[in-house]
Design a binder for this molecule. Structure first.
Ligand code: SF4
Length: 318
């Protein structure tokens, strides 16, 4: 849960998760949609699916015991070098540097390495590994993480408070903050998206996103990105024809919301719709016709929850 997400955001999710799934066996046996519902709002849903796969793998291949050797641990779904090093050093005191952003910054200043080239990363890793010969690896990783988050901050190195002050090479310069050189932030693209709430009596149509795609396994309304020169109605009729195989009457506009994901942002405009001539649904995606009250039982992307807030005020039906 803590990958890419701050501790304050994670705590309520973590506490609820432990209540519902206190053991790995509970996670391995849980229905994936219900697990995703518990993760809803935390983002990066692959973490949730990988955790279930890892729990299943531990139950089947390791008799319910989390492997403690690096080579087996890193093979588990969702585990990379950082997670393996952090868990095995902190839980089992094994000598693996956990090079997160904080540790990289502290060490690039300590060793006065400006460019984070593969060569300099290797130098940093070797140095932390060398320290681990003289103390508890878990404590060393955690101490460096804490120095990075509390003392040696990106724009302010509080060297007078730092236990590394006497031997830090950047400390001897006027501006330790210039280490390491920062990457230019990329502009993220924005997409105009149109979605339709297609009604059949008092039920509406939802589709499940492909597991391999962004937000995979979550539910959403049919629709898609606008092409150059298209109106909202043209996009919606085209997308619904492609995704669901039928023509729709686009009716009243519900409203627009904006949402920022990690690599792009969207402006999503939504409309009430009904299918023309009761035509038959023809889609390759899993789908459901549900009543609005059932939305609370299924996982949806955060952007959709902004739309639900508008619908809760306006009233749901067309
Ligand atoms: S002495 Fe200053 S620059 Fe060096 S690690 Fe500590 S806070 Fe960062």
């Amino acid at each position: 849960m803590l990958q890419q997400t701050q501790v304050e955001t994670v705590i309520p999710y973590y506490m609820k998760w432990l209540d519902k799934y206190p053991t790995l066996k509970n996670v391995a046996e849980a229905n994936e949609t219900i697990l995703l519902k518990s993760w809803e709002g935390l983002g990066y849903y692959n973490r949730c699916r990988n955790f279930k796969k890892a729990a299943t793998n531990i139950m089947k291949e390791h008799e319910g015991q989390i492997p403690t050797d690096y080579d087996s641990f890193i093979k588990m779904p969702g585990v990379g070098e950082y997670i393996a090093a952090a868990v095995l050093s902190i839980a089992h005191d094994q000598s693996h540097p956990a090079l997160d952003g904080n540790i990289i910054r502290v060490m690039s200043r300590f060793l006065k390495r400006k460019k984070l080239s593969p060569y300099n990363r290797k130098i940093i890793k070797n140095h932390v590994q060398m320290w681990m010969e003289f103390g508890s690896p878990g404590d060393i990783n955690q101490a460096l993480m804490d120095i990075g988050s509390q003392v040696c901050k990106p724009n302010q190195a509080n060297c007078y408070k730092c236990p590394l002050e006497n031997s830090c090479m950047a400390r001897k310069t006027d501006s330790p903050e210039i280490y390491p050189s920062s990457k230019l932030k990329k502009q993220i693209p924005n997409y105009d998206v149109v979605t339709g709430i297609i009604w059949k009596n008092d039920k509406l149509l939802i589709l499940q996103r492909d597991e391999k795609n962004h937000l995979g396994g979550l539910w959403e309304f049919p629709g898609g990105k606008m092409k150059n020169g298209e109106s909202h109605v043209q996009t919606l009729t085209r997308e619904i024809k492609e995704e669901c195989g039928f023509d729709v009457d686009v009716q009243s506009k519900i409203g627009s919301i904006k949402h920022i994901y990690s690599h792009f942002s969207i402006k999503m405009t939504s409309f009430h719709c009904v299918s023309k001539n009761n035509s038959t649904l023809n889609t390759t995606q899993p789908y459901k016709w549900i009543k609005p009250a059932q939305i609370k039982d299924l996982p949806f992307p955060k952007a959709n929850h902004k739309l639900f807030a508008i619908l809760n005020k306006q009233g749901w039906h067309v």
